[in-house]
Design a protein around this ligand. Structure first.
Ligand code: HAM
Length: 401
């Protein structure tokens, strides 16, 4: 028989306990922050991302999976599709939405540690909320979330502002003027970006380009009064909440829809992929997609990347009950299992095959915390023998159904 292994970049997650507990933690965070779950399709029109994310971005230009013979793609991200759904639902009538999603995204990238062709993103989008304290509230909430997950020490919050589109245009022109006489000092990709998207020259990892850009004009110096007041407000709210951050004026984000505050939570634990969570404001996206102008702000993170930073202990922790029994006490075993489940416990029924000691070994392999041992004497006396696999202690108690 043919065996089908997964392809590189499309991973089998055969030990989902940790990812599942992370997802549970995400939904618990959403409950506290007032986000409700939306389920959006995995297949979308290519044009949505061309317009929304931007034709010149890596995600759209190089990484989308197109369905053969169609104009459809597997979604590479959730922000443009959340906005599409909001517009299609006539969202503006409702004023505001706080939406959250968790599901597969697809990008045809070269796989490496922490980078997959199919990955899972948890994302939140606040649509209809203008720039203001709500943005800082999400960053503070995320900081607390990462603390709760035991990751805050491993992460650095980087923030920058991209200003308004008019401020960005003025900056783009100034940057091009400054770079023009130095073009031959740029690496090849950056030279192309000089004409198409000069702000993305900041993303270059080439040492020569980085050295040159160290003296380039900064977008922060092109902000008008309103943008500067907003930027100062965000920073002062973060200071007030005791959330550490770094201002990184080179942080431009790779997707075109952003304006104003942008941020990334980065880690230095994994050298290959250091962005763990990212987001920002995207006040122009609704209009770009044909809707009424609607301010918006959001973020997303890859579940796999966050999970990789967590200690593995949660996936190895023992939990639940495993029932060990014999064919002649099957009915009693089912009755006991049912009663324990009705009390809210997790109960796995064993296969009743072989000696009791062998069955207990199977419980051990499955990481059960307790084994319920049921033989003829337990059945007769209406009792259960419970062994704690953590301590090795065993006791027989009355069975109360
Ligand atoms: P993004 O920076 O493209 O932003 O992706 C967000 C996160 O998804 C990354 O920080 C990373 O954790 C994860 N991620 C991205 N690509 C991969 C990959 N190939 N393999 C594993 N994980 C990956 C967005 O997608 C925006 N939609 C975020 C946003 C929401 N902005 C506003 N609202």
């Amino acid at each position: 028989m043919t065996s089908y292994a997964s392809q590189s970049g499309f991973i089998d997650n055969l030990n989902p306990i940790s990812i599942q507990s992370l997802e549970d933690a995400c939904w618990n965070w959403c409950r506290k922050m007032g986000f409700t779950q939306v389920r959006l399709p995995v297949v979308e029109q290519r044009a949505l991302f061309e317009r929304g994310v931007g034709n010149g971005t890596d995600v759209v230009e190089k990484e989308m999976f197109t369905l053969q013979g169609s104009e459809n793609v597997l979604r590479p991200e959730g922000t443009a599709q959340a906005m599409r759904a909001w517009i299609a639902a006539g969202g503006i009538r409702y004023g505001q939405a706080r939406w959250a999603y968790c599901g597969p995204m697809f990008r045809n990238e070269r796989p490496q540690a922490g980078r997959f062709k199919q990955f899972q993103q948890f994302g939140c989008e606040m649509i209809g909320l203008p720039a203001g304290p709500g943005d800082a509230d999400i960053l503070v909430g995320l900081s607390d979330f990462f603390t709760e997950l035991g990751l805050r020490e491993k992460l650095t919050l980087k923030v920058n502002t991209l200003g308004t589109s008019a401020e960005r245009s003025a900056y783009r022109a100034a940057l091009q003027d400054w770079l023009k006489p130095k073009l031959e000092l740029l690496d090849e990709t950056s030279r192309k970006r000089f004409y198409t998207n000069p702000l993305r020259i900041w993303d270059s990892k080439e040492p020569g380009t980085k050295l040159l850009m160290a003296d380039a004009p900064r977008l922060l110096d092109f902000l008008g009064d309103a943008s500067r007041t907003y930027w100062d407000l965000i920073l002062s709210l973060l200071d007030d909440a005791g959330v550490n951050y770094e201002i990184d004026t080179t942080l431009m984000r790779g997707l075109d829809y952003y304006n104003g505050l942008v941020f990334e939570w980065v880690t230095f634990e994994n050298k290959a992929q250091n962005a763990v969570a990212a987001g920002g404001r995207y006040d122009g996206l609704a209009e770009l997609l044909g809707g009424v102008a609607t301010p918006a702000f959001g973020f997303a993170f890859g579940l796999e990347r966050v999970d990789a930073l967590r200690e593995t202990e949660s996936s190895n922790k023992r939990s639940g009950y495993y029932v060990v029994s014999m064919p002649e006490t099957e009915a009693y075993a089912l009755k006991v299992s049912r009663a324990y489940r009705n009390r809210g416990e997790t109960v796995v029924l064993g296969d009743f095959n072989g000696k009791l000691a062998k069955q207990v070994q199977r419980a051990d392999k499955l990481n059960a915390r307790f084994v319920i041992i049921l033989g003829p004497s337990e059945k007769e006396t209406k009792s259960v023998t419970v062994k704690d696999l953590d301590t090795g202690l065993q006791e027989t108690v009355q069975f109360l159904d």
